[in-house]
Design a protein around this ligand. Structure first.
Ligand code: Z5A
Length: 207
């Protein structure tokens, strides 16, 4: 059995990750590539409970350290019970956010030490890294505007603009540090144009 590929979608809120994950799935399945769609935080029963704790706007104040550890606790479950088995069975795993989000939100947004995130990444993931990451990038206001149309804001969405500016900068730093793996997709375009850019990146990856 040939191991599947691990593809992640990243970006600040409302840039179109969930929408384009479905496009990605159709694109690959059209080429007879079996896919499994999943998301972080989440993807297993326990990890979805942790997601709920992390997003709950009415929770007590969650310390930066607790937030970071909760994200990685969910990830440990997700890797063991969903991602690794799916890859081993030859599926391509398409994941809405992964550890680049930790560098962006907990590293950039919350100013947690990058060396601590790196240590957790190595400890929890071992050698597992995405084979390809599509970073959907747009000015913060664009995604916020799209997300706010949905109603009540979650604990992250309720953050101020400066927080998301730090998150976006941290994502762009991840791109700079990992140019082979991470491909930039300009998300501030009409959806068909975004999807044309995603298809182009995938065709290059499939070569
Ligand atoms: N988090 C963290 O802190 N650390 C971590 O390690 C991880 C996560 C893994 C939950 O993520 C939170 O967890 C996240 C960071 C934290 N918080 N924030 N913010 P999430 O992925 O569930 O949250 P999200 O980014 O807010 O997801 P989202 O709002 O669903 O955004 P999206 O998936 O990128 O967008 P969408 O749902 O596909 O699109 C939003 C709307 O825009 C929708 O109506 C679309 O039809 C529309 N759309 C999409 N593309 C376009 C274009 N091109 N033009 C016009 N309209 C469009």
């Amino acid at each position: 059995m040939i191991r599947g590929k691990f593809i992640t979608l990243e970006g600040t809120e409302g840039v179109g990750k969930s929408t384009n994950l479905l496009f990605l799935k159709d694109f690959l399945e059209h080429r007879k590539i079996p896919t499994v769609i999943t998301r972080e935080p989440g993807g297993t029963l326990l990890a979805e409970k942790i997601r709920h704790l992390l997003l709950d706007p009415d929770s007590e104040t969650i310390t930066e350290t607790a937030e970071l550890l909760l994200v990685f606790a969910a990830r440990a479950q997700h890797i063991k019970h969903v991602i690794e088995p799916a890859l081993a069975q030859g599926n391509w795993v398409l994941c809405d956010r992964f550890t680049d989000a930790t560098y962006a939100y907990q590293g950039g947004g919350r100013n947690m030490k990058i060396s601590t995130i790196e240590w957790l990444e190595t400890t929890i993931q071992g050698p597992l890294r995405p084979d390809l990451t599509l970073l959907l990038d747009a000015p913060i206001e664009v995604g916020m505007d799209r997300a706010q149309k949905r109603g009540k804001l979650d604990r992250f969405e309720a953050e101020r603009l400066v927080f998301f500016e730090r998150v976006r900068r941290a994502y762009l730093l991840q791109l700079e540090l990992n140019p082979e793996r991470i491909k930039l997709i300009k998300a501030n375009q009409d959806l068909p144009d975004v999807q044309r850019s995603i298809a182009d990146a995938l065709r290059v990856f499939l070569r």
